[in-house]
Design a protein around this ligand. Sequence first.
Ligand code: EPZ
Length: 421
Amino acid sequence: MKKLLIEGGNQLNGTIQISGAKNAALPIMANCLLTQEPVILEGIPQLADIKTMCEILNELGATTEWLSENELKICVTKEEKNTASYELVSKMRASICVLGPLLSKRKEAQVSLPGGCVIGTRPIDLHIKGLEKLGASITIENGFVNATADNLKGTKIFLGGQFGSSVLATGNILSAAVLAEGKTTINFAACEPEIEDLAKFLIACGADIEGTGTHRLVIRGVKELKGCRYKIIPDRIETGTFLAAAMATQGSLTLQGANLDHMDAVIETMISAGANISEEDNSIFIESKNGIKAVDFTALAYPGFPTDMQAQMMAVLTIAEGTSIVTEKIFPDRFMHASELSRMGANIKSETGKAIVVGVQKLSGAKVMASDLRASASLIIAGLAAKGTTELNRIYHLDRGYEKIEEKLNNAGARIQRVDA
Ligand code: EPZ
C-alpha cells in the first residue's frame, strides 16, 4: 500500500499535458464488443480502471494489446462467454457498460450488479427500463443482471430519471440500439461529451446515429459494425482538476491538448472566483494571482457544472475570501471530502445536497484519507495550498482515474512523493 506526501506552499507554474478521458475511454472500450473486427483506440490513459476494463474484455473473449503507451488494440476473437464476473465488476462501476453491447451482439448478458458506492446510491433502473423497452427480458438473481433478447426492436424511449439523465444508461441503450431492428429514439439522453464521443465512435464503426451531443438521439439499426481507428477526447475532469490546483496555489499553468469547449461551466465558475483563463492553440492557460473570491455553484448534468469537479472546486473555495454555497444535484451525498478537508482546517458545513464553505486564511497539512477518486484529487489540491505536509492515504482511488498525477504536478513545481504507507 502506498500513500502520498504533499509538501504544501509550492506555487504551480508550467505546462501539463492532458490525457485522454477515462469516462469516454471505458464505454468506448466496452463497445468494441459490438464487432469482431479489430479496433485501435488512441489516447487511452494508463489507469487502474482501464486495466480492469481490459480484464473484463479478456474474460468476454477479446484480446487487448498496447501498441504504444496510449494506443490500445482490441479484437473480439471468441463470443462464447457472456458473463462479467463479480470479481471484476465489483472493482469498477463502469463495468455495467458491457451490458448493452453484449445484449446487442450476443443476445444475452450476465453482469454482476455493480452495487453501492461511497458517492451515493447508484441504481440501474434506467438501464433496465431502456433495454426492456427495446425488447430484452431482464431478471436480477444472485447478484447478477441476466438479460436476453432474441430480437431487439427499435422504439421510443424516455430516459429521464429522478436526477435527470443518466450517462451510462444512455451509453447502454445506444449500444443496444445500434444493431436493433428499425429506429430507436432516446429522449432525455445524457449529452455529456463522453456520450457524444461514444456516439461518434459508433458512427466511425458504421452505426447510424443522429443528434450526437444532444438530449435526443435517433438511431437506425444496422446489420453489423466494423472496426476502426478512433481517438478519445481529452479528459475535461483532469483539465478542471489542474485548473483548480493552479488556483489553490495562486500559480499559472498551460494545459496542453485540453478542450475548452467542454468546460464552460467550470471556466465561468473559476473566472467568477478570480482566475484569468484563456485559450491558445489547443491549450488552456490559467493565471490566478489575485486571491480567490467566494462563489456559489451547482453540480448539474452537462452542460452544467460537473459533479466530478465539485470536490476539487470545493477545495479551492476553502481558502476563498467569503462564503460559498455548493449545491449538488446529481449525487446529493457526495460530500465525503468535506470532513477530510475540515481536518485540514477548512470550515465546511454540509447536509444532503448542500455545503456551506466559509473561506479560511490558510489550510494546514494533516493526515487524510481519500474516500473516492475525485475526493482524492480535492485533498491533493488542498495539500498543495496548505502550510506543512499532508499525508494522503488510500491512494488506490486516485490511480483509478488520474494518469501520472504526481509526475505531472511535480514537473510544474509541486513537491509530492509516493511512499510506502
Ligand atoms: C457517470 O456515472 C460517470 N462514470 C461518473 O464519474 C459521473 O459522476 C456520473 O456519470 C455523473 O456525471 C463514468 O462515466 C464511468 P449517472 P453514471 O447514471 O453514468 C441516477 C468519476 O468520478 N441514476 O449519469 O453511473 C444516479 O443515481 C465517476 O469519474 C438513476 O436514478 O452516473 C445519479 O443521481 C464517478 N437510475 C444520476 O442518475 C439509473 O439507472 C446520474 O447518474 C442510473 C442513474
